[in-house]
Design a protein around this ligand. Structure first.
Ligand code: NAP
Length: 253
């Protein structure tokens, strides 16, 4: 039987984390690097990626790119693969929330939300899965949301993509798990990041969200570490197609 520490081991794995310049993606990239994986962080802001690299011990590399640029995807894939070879752990944390009310949703807002939150995780995975198949092992972690199953004001485009992420996670699991590639999603509650600046800028709203959890507080970035390492390691060998809500019990009440 594996020891408790070795089943969570990601040492020697190659991970790609999108959204590594900020928030949960940055935290995920750090957690994987500290646990011994070689990590390629992807986002647009080169300076923030460089900051992340400077503050992170371990084997790291960065790709500064706009993931919503469909035509650029093959080049981005080459850049991701260059430093350490093709990743066998893929964490899709890049995402946006335009917060447009249903009556005011613009085509631009709708299209960029669908592109980044839904199309990118699919097509980047599709591009990197063949190498995972060759190795017979892979892990894909998508980012779902409370809005995977709940409707919030101003969340129609975002919620549509996060509902989609839930179903895409199951469909990816159906397609690739028999090749050793498990796909799951983390469904965060409320975590203080750039994405949720509007939520945490309103103390009353933040307190209401905290009160809605069973635990009685909003998320801290480090709350993501354990669930992430579980889903990226052999500890989750028989777990696929699932959404692990990391929400302090928000959806339990
Ligand atoms: N925070 C929460 O409470 C919460 C709750 C539920 C779900 N989530 C999900 O968790 C994930 C991470 O969110 P977060 O809160 O950490 O958000 P965040 O702090 O705003 O980070 C978003 C990341 O996405 C990257 N990104 C945005 N547009 C991009 C583009 N066109 N190309 C490449 N990268 C791009 C950003 O980097 P650049 O700007 O440098 O490109 C940034 O690194 C998202 O999928 C979000 O939906 C978050």
């Amino acid at each position: 039987m594996n020891s408790a520490s070795s089943i969570f081991d990601v040492a020697g794995r190659v991970a790609c984390v999108t959204g590594a310049s900020s928030g949960l993606g940055r935290r995920a990239a750090t957690a994987l690097a500290q646990a011994g994986a070689s990590v390629v962080g992807v986002a647009r802001r080169a300076a923030d990626l460089e900051d992340w690299q400077n503050e992170t011990t371990g084997s790291t590399a960065c790709v500064s790119a706009d993931l919503s640029d469909r035509a650029g995807l093959p080049d981005i894939v080459d850049q991701i693969t260059a430093p350490f070879g093709s990743p066998n752990i893929l964490v899709h944390a890049a995402g946006i929330n335009t917060r447009e009310a249903a009556d005011k949703v613009t085509l631009e807002g709708w299209d960029i939300t669908l592109a980044l939150n839904l199309s990118v995780p699919f097509f980047l995975s599709q591009a990197l899965v063949p190498a995972m198949k060759e190795k017979g092992w892979g892990r894909i972690v998508n980012f779902a949301s409370l809005q995977t199953t709940r409707a919030f004001p101003g969340g129609i485009a975002y919620g549509a993509t996060k509902g989609g992420v839930g179903q895409m996670t199951r469909a990816m699991a159906e397609a690739w798990s028999s090749s050793g590639i498990n796909t799951n999603a983390i469904g965060p509650g409320f975590f203080p990041t750039e994405l949720t600046a509007a939520v945490f800028g309103d103390d009353e709203r933040a307190a209401r969200n905290a009160a809605q959890t069973c635990i009685g507080r909003n998320g801290r970035l480090e709350d993501i570490d354990g669930p992430l390492l579980f889903l990226c390691s052999p500890a989750s060998d028989y777990v696929t197609g699932q959404i692990l809500m990391v929400d302090g019990g928000f959806t339990a009440k």
